[in-house]
Write a protein that binds this ligand. Structure first.
Ligand code: NI
Length: 156
């Protein structure tokens, strides 16, 4: 496993749309392991492949519940329900936090690390994280969805 560099605000790759993973091979498994290690190193809740410079539809999430970490390859949100107003940040925007609206519940379909399809219904923080990370795969960033006036920039 290896820590990968996190692409930050202003890097064009964060705005690109990611490609579908055709085969879950050893290279994808390596990517997943590296993404998990990188996410833990920087204390993130989730990480999407474009954040480490790879334009593939791969997401990892760990909300410290009993079922994680979660790996989503080619995630597809089948259903969204309700809304929640949440505080949000992103490893690609290390000093920025804001309030945004996310779905309260999402139903998602994806492949796991072994390439096996699964379906998951998520609420609360997990629904927020899935929505945030799937947005990354489509070049959408949390700063696009900020409730006006709620952005906080932490100065070092
Ligand atoms: Ni993010």
């Amino acid at each position: 496993m290896a820590i990968r560099n996190i692409r930050e605000d202003g890097d064009e790759i964060l705005r690109k749309k990611c490609r579908t993973v055709e085969i879950v091979d050893d290279k994808i498994k390596q990517l997943v392991d590296d993404m998990l290690e990188t996410m833990y190193k920087y204390n993130g809740v989730g990480l999407a492949a474009p954040q480490v410079g790879v334009l593939k539809r791969v997401v990892v999430i760990d909300i410290e519940d009993d079922n994680g970490p979660y790996v989503f390859i080619n995630p597809e949100i089948l259903k969204e329900k309700g809304e929640q107003e949440v505080d949000e940040g992103c490893l690609s925007f290390p000093n920025q936090f804001a309030k945004i609206i996310r779905p309260a519940e999402v139903t998602v379909k994806a492949l796991d690390k072994e390439g096996k399809e699964f379906k998951l219904k998520a609420k609360g923080l997990l629904a927020q994280a899935i929505s945030h990370e799937v947005d990354h795969l489509n070049g959408i960033l949390f700063v696009d969805k900020i409730i006006p006036g709620t952005l906080e920039v932490i100065k070092n």
